[in-house]
Every structure is written in C-alpha cells, then in structure tokens.
Design a protein around this ligand. Structure first.
Ligand code: EPZ
Length: 429
C-alpha cells in the first residue's frame, strides 16, 4: 500500500507554480474528438484523470503524444470507434464527456454510466434531456448508455433549460452542439471558469460559442472544426488548496501562474478569517499573520464558494478560533471527510448537509483514509498543522486531481513523503 507520511508543525514558505485545471482538461481533452485536424494543448496537468482520458482517446483511434511536460499533440482525424470501453470509462466520472463529442461528430456514442461515488449519485439525466432535445435517442442497458441520432442525421440545435445548475451537462451540451445543425441555447447554464475555458477552446478551433460565463450560452453549429493550439486555464481548486494549507499550517507563500479573478470566491472567506492575501497580475501572496477566526460557508455554483474547496475549508475550520459552519448544497454526501478529521481530534458535528466546527488548539497525527479526491486534500491540510505524524492511505484519489502534491508541499518546507508499505511476501511465511 502506498501512503503519504506527514509530520506536522512546519510553516510553509516559498513559491508554488499552479498546474493546469483538472476540470478544464476533463471536457477539453474529450473535445479533441470533435476536431478533424491536429491540435496542440498546453498547461495540461500530469494527473491520473488526464492520463486515463488520453488512454480513452487512443482507444477510440486518436493519436496523442506529449510534446513536453505539459503540452500534448492530438490527431483525431481517424476515429474508428464510437464506444468508450467500459473498463476504461468506469474509472473516471468525467468519461461522459465522450458522449457529447462522439455524438456531436459522428451521430452515435456509447459509454459506461458514471457510477455514483462517495460524494453523491452523479446522475446524467440533464445530459440525456439535452441530447433528446437535439433529436437523439438514448437507451440505458445495464452499465452502458447508448445515444444516437435517428437514421444517421446530425444533431439539431435546440433550446435547453437545465433543471439545476450543472457543470457537466453544460459542458457536454456545448460539446454536442458545436457541430449541430442550427443554434443551441443553454439556459440556467453553469458559469465556472472551466466553462469559459471550454468555450475558448472550441472557438479557437472554429466553433461559434457565445455567452460562456453567464447563465445563457448560445452555440451556433458549424460544419466542422479545424486544428490549432490552446492553453488550459490554471487550476482554481489546486490554488485554493494551497491557500488553505497556509491558513492551517501558517507561513507565507506565493502562488504563481494563476488567474486572481478565479480565486475571489476563495480569497473572500479566507480574508474574513484573518488571512492576508494580495493579488499580482498572475500571482497571489498568501500569509497567516495570526490566529484565524471561525467562518460560515455555504457552497454554491460559481461565482459562489466552490463545493470542490469545501473539505479543504473544513480542515482549516478545525483550527479557527470559535465556531464555524459549512453547508454543502451541491452534493448530498460530501461531509464524510469530517469523520477522518475527528480521528485527529477535531470537534465537528454533522447534521444532514451542515457541519459545525469548534476550533481546537491542536489536532493529533493519526492514520487516516482519503475517502475521495478533495477529502484527501483536506486530510493533507490537517496533517500539515497537526502535532506528530499522520499517515494518509488511499492516496490514489488525491493523485487523480493533484500533480506532485508531495513535491510541491515539500518545496514549501513541509515534511511530507510518499511511502510504500512493505508488503508481506509469500516467503515471509
Ligand atoms: C463537476 O462535476 C466537477 N467535476 C466536480 O468536481 C464539481 O464538484 C461539480 O462539477 C460542481 O462544480 C468535473 O468537472 C470533472 P454537476 P459534475 O453536473 O459535472 C446534479 C472535483 O472534486 N445533477 O455540476 O458531475 C448533481 O447530482 C469534482 O474536482 C443532476 O441531478 O457536477 C449535483 O447535485 C467533484 N443531474 C449537481 O447537479 C445531472 O444530469 C451539480 O452537478 C447532472 C447533475
């Protein structure tokens, strides 16, 4: 078993370069399938989800190669398959973006249903509602969802109003609509930075997308998309995770390669708690001048406080003076990480979607388990500030979304390492 070993109590100092956005790569890399040409995408994070996405692209017939540590070249002119292989697709929630792209380009798509996970059911009813509105038929048989346009026609532009703000369905319908016949209007659309990034990528390749970043996005279908170059935005949540790490452990760090405007929803509560945050053009200076005070947070779609930063702020709240409350409005089961923090001595009570924290002087290092990606990040943050040594297992979740988290934190002065437990071998018995 591989695990993180962290000795807490070290303040963080120095500079960290933030990688490209995981949740922008999640839709833009599958979006390469729409393009009858060769594309170069840069600022691509070297994370497990990206490696798996590339594996799925190649299984469909794409030719993909890394040009450098963060740039890939993809040639999707020869795509033979319309089916995402189940053993690949089930390993990543975001494989449903291949449905929108295969359907948009070829009129047919088959992919495994994104299974539920520890934070919630992850349904795709809004995606399917959109495809239906655009003239596609769909069927769910067991673990696969099969979508196709009647007798080989192209998708038709439609007006679609989502029942709730959904990042995934907004992006999937943008992808499907890019090559559709006519105009598609998405109402009650999500407006996260990665939605704007997807629109930027599509338009760079010849699409006609407007309104991204608002709650109404208009996509005018074009006959085809050409190759070109594009660079992903920096990861808002990775940046926020490092901001939360300084809030818990103390110190002063500079985040570089970021877009400060994307971080305002995270900076605001941290400043309210007592953090000092100054903005540069593409950087932030973040420091903790003294003890933090408690905070009340409610997660909301962008530009509200992001649900993907909720566990990390929970870890910070464990140390903040007085009471903090966190209400999770997006996912039905995203407070499970609090049970692992309680094993470290945190004072937290959870009722339905509300967690109440009372700050304690110290957490104590313990053996804990990452229950999902951001829950794992929260445990890293708590361990950096805890007394003694913490071991975090199930780090595969963490490495799905963070590139070289241990290396970046160690460079800031944290005592953190990636260890492998000696497995008992047969001859030992
Ligand atoms: C994306 O998930 C992100 N993942 C999530 O980040 C993030 O938490 C979420 O958006 C919200 O910002 C990627 O981008 C790969 P949604 P997604 O569709 O698209 C309900 C992380 O930690 N819903 O915006 O799956 C759904 O149940 C991950 O990086 C339906 O009911 O989220 C949820 O309550 C975790 N039917 C709400 O909408 C649907 O068809 C928001 O979901 C779709 C969604």
């Amino acid at each position: 078993m591989v695990y993180y070993k962290i000795r807490g109590g070290r303040k963080l100092y120095g500079e960290v370069k933030i990688s490209g956005a995981k949740n922008a790569a999640a839709s833009i890399l599958p979006g390469l399938l729409l393009i009858n040409g060769i594309c170069r995408i840069c600022n691509v994070p070297q994370i497990e989800d990206v490696h798996l996405t590339i594996e799925i692209l190649e299984s469909l017939g794409a030719k993909v190669r890394w040009l450098s540590s963060d740039c890939i070249e993809a040639d999707c002119r020869e795509i033979g398959s319309r089916t995402v292989l189940p053993h690949l697709g089930v390993r990543m929630r975001a494989s449903h973006f291949f449905i929108g792209t295969l359907l948009g380009r070829f009129g047919e798509a088959n992919a495994p249903l994104p299974g539920g996970c520890v934070i919630g059911m992850r349904p795709i009813d809004q995606h399917l509602k959109g495809f239906d509105a655009m003239g596609a038929d769909y069927a769910v048989d067991g673990e696969m969802v099969r979508v196709s346009v009647k007798n080989g026609q192209r998708l038709k532009g439609a007006e679609i109003c989502f029942d709730m703000v959904t990042v995934g369905a907004t992006m999937n319908l943008m992808l499907a609509a890019a090559l559709a016949d006519g105009v598609t209007v998405l109402k009650n659309a999500a407006s996260e930075p990665h939605i704007v990034d997807l629109a930027g990528f599509l338009n760079a390749m010849g699409a006609d997308v407007s309104g991204a970043g608002t709650d109404e996005i208009i996509i005018k279908g074009v006959p085809s998309l050409h190759g070109g170059s594009y660079s992903l935005i920096p990861d808002q949540i990775e940046a926020g995770t490092f901001m939360a790490a300084v809030a818990a452990a103390g110190g002063r760090i500079r985040l570089s390669g970021i877009i400060p405007a994307h971080l305002k929803c995270i900076s605001a509560p941290l400043r309210q708690m007592g953090m000092e945050i100054t903005e540069g053009e593409d950087s932030l200076m973040v420091s903790r001048p003294g003890e933090l005070s408690g905070i009340d947070i409610v997660t909301r779609p962008y530009p509200g406080f992001p649900t993907d930063m909720q566990p990390q702020m929970g870890a910070v709240a464990c140390f903040a003076r007085g009471k903090s409350t966190i209400v999770e409005t997006i996912w039905e089961d995203r407070l499970r990480y609090t049970s692992e923090l309680r094993r470290m001595g945190a004072d937290i009570t959870v009722h339905e979607r509300t967690a109440i924290f009372h700050g304690v002087p110290h957490l104590i290092g313990a053996s804990v388990e990452a229950l999902d990606l951001r829950a794992g990040a929260a445990l890293v943050i708590a361990a950096l500030a805890a007394d003694g040594v913490t071991q975090i297992s199930n780090i595969g979740f963490i490495e799905r979304g963070y590139h070289d988290l241990t290396g970046k934190l160690a460079a800031l002065g944290a005592e953190i390492s990636r260890e492998a437990e000696e497995r008992d071998t047969e001859e030992d018995h």
